[in-house]
Design a protein around this ligand. Structure first.
Ligand code: MTE
Ligand code: MO
Length: 160
């Protein structure tokens, strides 16, 4: 029988870390408390799960765009067009895997209000790991919990 992520982390005495990887100048490993360094936002969300029905939650946390900009994505800073080839692969520790396009969360393009939540309903996610939150999604499937990796991928064209 499997343990919950929280139980596994507690047993091992480890704090889960979020790895920022891929086409970035400064790869990093961040704990949930580290994610409090960026400006925090709050959102009330409802989403439907195909198997467990509708859920309502209040989340707080930074914007993944702010956090990823800190890692230095390898696109041409002065050419907005260059960002359009980038994607962000979001992975949960259990293997649940979701893709965002960079442009989807970029303030110059889609500016979707996506959060990297560090609390759910007032409870810190220090032990469970951060959760992706997409307030505009009707379906719950992209609300990846226990995120362990944000992988930035600019394809095979690299700006130098
Ligand atoms: N890491 C992880 N996050 C996940 C999932 C998952 O299987 N693993 N399932 C998704 C789905 S399908 C839904 S509806 C929401 C809510 O799922 P829950 O009711 O299991 O919390 O979490 C999403 N986030
Ligand atoms: Mo779901």
């Amino acid at each position: 029988m499997g343990q919950s992520l929280e139980a596994a982390a507690t047993t091992a005495g480890q704090v889960p870390e979020l790895a920022l990887t891929g086409d970035v100048a400064r790869p990093a490993r961040l704990t949930v408390p580290d994610l409090l360094t960026w400006p925090q936002y709050e959102t009330d969300v409802s989403f439907e799960c195909a198997t467990s029905g509708v859920q309502y939650h209040r989340f707080t946390g930074p914007l993944p765009h702010d956090v990823l900009m800190g890692a230095g994505p390898r696109f041409a800073p002065a050419r907005r067009k260059d960002r359009l080839r980038f994607l962000i692969a979001v992975s949960g520790a259990d293997g649940h895997h979701v893709l965002l396009s960079w442009a989807e969360i970029d303030p110059d393009f889609g500016q979707a209000r996506v959060l990297l939540a560090v609390t759910i309903d007032g409870t810190p996610l220090d032990r469970a790991g951060p959760q992706l939150v997409l307030p505009q999604d009707r379906c719950g499937a992209r609300h990846v919990s226990g995120i362990d990796t944000l992988h930035v991928d600019g394809g095979y064209t690299t700006w130098t």
